[in-house]
Ligand binder design. Sequence first.
Ligand SMILES: Cc1cc2nc3c(=O)[nH]c(=O)nc-3n(C[C@H](O)[C@H](O)[C@H](O)COP(=O)(O)OP(=O)(O)OC[C@H]3O[C@@H](n4cnc5c(N)ncnc54)[C@H](O)[C@@H]3O)c2cc1C
Length: 445
Amino acid sequence: MATLDAARDELVAALGADAVLHDPLALRLYARDASMVEGSAGLVVFVRSADDVVTCVKVAARHDLPVVPRGSGTGLAGGATPIADAIVVVTAKMNRILEVRPEDRLAWVEPGVFNLDLGNALRPTGFTYAPDPSSQQVSSIGGNVNTNAGGPHCLAYGVTSAHVLAIDVVLPDGSVERFGAEAPAAPGYDLRGFVVGSEGTLGIVTAACVRLTPLPPAVRTMLLDFAAVEDCAQTVSAIVARGVVPAALEMMDRGIVRAVEHFAHAGYPTDAAAVLLVEIDGLRAGVEAQTREVEAAARDHDVGTIRIAADDTERALLWKGRKSAFGAIAQIAPHYHLHDCVVPRTALAEVLAGVYTIAQRHDLIVTNVATCTRCSRSIARCPERSNACSRPPTSSCGSASTPAARFPASTGSVSRSATSCRSCSRPRISTRRPASGRRSTPTGG
Ligand SMILES: Cc1cc2nc3c(=O)[nH]c(=O)nc-3n(C[C@H](O)[C@H](O)[C@H](O)COP(=O)(O)OP(=O)(O)OC[C@H]3O[C@@H](n4cnc5c(N)ncnc54)[C@H](O)[C@@H]3O)c2cc1C
């Protein structure tokens, strides 16, 4: 305690009293992120500059205290959870977009900038920052970089590591280094790539140089519904097999569709067993041709209706539904257990059937969301873009579950399962099969 008190005094003297939290209640709020892992924070410090970060790291080193960087705390892996009375360094107030250079297709940003704020700021320039985790309204670029975040549009554009050119990092000894460069290929070891996805274990990122992606000239967003989860899952593979790599390919099962629809009112069909959200972008002629391929693949698998968003408003509404999925689960139960895992795209239907069987056996409510993602190589180097990827597909599946008995209005189980292949075209998907003899999950009710 004496050590913490001494560290607090030094930090207050250097950064000001309002930058340092030590009240037990406040500390408790920073004892966890969005995962189920809880730790204990010794101090919480709000930094405003790289110099502040250096100060924190040096004070921590002097008192032999651990340091845990934190962006918005939406991480699902416990990465921002402090242990052993660590000093939590919060970057939320380092939220300036420092420089936007469309002519060089890059921007420099501080780590606390929200992902969505960056996208909105870039739109008038005709560019965007492609990685779009579903938490993008609140998750920070620093957090995205350190989790190598993916998102629906990472199927076509690649995950965060393909969009970070350089980073400034404060290392554990307080030194400041720049890894990577504004040029696409920096000489020497790829230390930038080493830090991206390192969950804050190597240093604290104080600025990131991100790649700008041109906004596509044409976009088509489609919502396909299916009476059978298997048909929906097989349509994912069928689309890719036809040589189409959509910008985004998302599957949701009935349980999550009902929750989302009650929440977002996006016009999702609540009677479908599963829906597929498909987005095609690119040159207009290419979008037309690929739309026809998607429709043909879906028809081969007994699609019900194919809805095409008429305008940007409808498109935004459909995406609002998908990106509200986590929040919408709160309408089913106050708690859920999330499982994220990777499965081969072609095994999706089988994996989902297994998830439903297990959920039924344990009397759990399960809902599933799956995102088709791709490897972290830059799009220019990813062979999948040319449908020539020969790397063995893997996949991930995430699910969250709630004991049905605690929520008698809902039968089944709440879970999220996602399939994504890290090496080539990879869907993350979720489905739900109502347990026999039970009511299907009355979400939103
Ligand atoms: C509703 C919801 C939807 C989500 N959807 C997605 C999704 O689609 N795709 C996805 O990949 N993830 C998703 N996530 C998980 C999470 O949002 C992402 O991992 C996100 O990148 C975390 O950002 P953050 O700012 O909240 O980081 P935090 O949770 O604060 O931190 C995450 C990790 O990064 C480290 N870190 C943060 N800032 C820095 C920094 N400046 N320097 C060094 N290390 C740092 C932390 O120590 C921690 O290890 C979702 C989470 C929620 C709650």
